[in-house]
Design a binder for this molecule. Structure first.
Ligand code: ATP
Length: 216
């Protein structure tokens, strides 16, 4: 199934978790089918995009029937490797890091923040949201070869040196919440989420590209 996934464009792959969550909800409600219109309204993706995405999943909607929920669910489960546990480490237990640990956004699937690291002595040895906080100097020892993803919530100036270290630990992916544009070797996947840029960008769009009143 892995080679099938390689045919899915990245933009489509990014929407997979969104589709998966909605389809799971429908399944839990006992529904067996869903139309692309219904999906479109729920996940806020236009129905043409949904039809194109779903054709990559081998799901061809039928007129007047829609999509088969059981088929989609098993496809999404396999594609998102729900059975393979992804272990996450969070580095930097400041305001943002603490919020993530408490939020526990990974409860629903097989991804879990296993450990956290910080340099501040008063934070080391505590538990935040049930996750143990270790000293950053212990990172190599604690991570071992066990962690797949690192979340970076350290100050920007520490981002690159910390990145170099987590890469050496064998982490495969990095979710970078710092504003630093860090560099990684080509085999490491990195996603940048800069909250202040997102906010600024939304503000800019509101000002310069106001939405039309009755767009359908
Ligand atoms: P706080 O108010 O708790 O300091 P903050 O988010 O405003 O939170 P930042 O300066 O962004 O603070 O630091 C985030 C966290 O990263 C802090 O808990 C800090 O102790 C930690 N930190 C800073 N440098 C490092 C480092 N080199 N390695 C690990 N953790 C670090």
């Amino acid at each position: 199934a892995n080679h099938d996934q390689h045919k899915i464009p990245q933009a489509t792959a990014k929407r997979l978790p969104l589709y998966y969550r909605f389809i799971s909800n429908l399944h839990n409600q006992g529904k067996s089918r869903v139309s692309s219109k219904e999906l479109s309204e729920a996940v806020k993706v236009d129905s043409a995009t949904i039809r194109r995405d779903f054709s990559y999943f081998g799901a061809l909607g039928k007129k007047g029937y829609g999509y088969n929920i059981n088929y989609l669910l098993s496809f999404f489960r396999e594609a998102l490797e729900q059975d393979i546990f992804t272990k996450v480490a969070l580095i930097g237990v400041g305001n943002l890091g603490t919020a993530f640990l408490n939020y526990n956004f990974t409860k629903n699937n097989n991804t879990k923040i296993e450990m956290a690291f910080d340099a501040a002595p008063e934070k080391v040895g505590t538990r935040v949201g049930g996750v143990p906080v270790y000293h950053i100097d212990e990172m190599e020892k604690k991570i071992g070869s066990d962690i797949n993803i690192a979340i970076l919530t350290v100050p920007a100036q520490s981002a690159q040196p910390i990145t170099d270290r987590v890469v050496n630990c064998g982490v495969e992916g990095i979710l970078n919440f710092t504003p630093a544009r860090i560099t990684v070797p080509p085999q490491i996947r990195i996603h940048h989420i800069d909250l202040s840029i997102e906010l600024q960008s939304l503000a800019y769009f509101l000002k310069h590209y106001p939405l039309e009143e009755d767009i359908t």
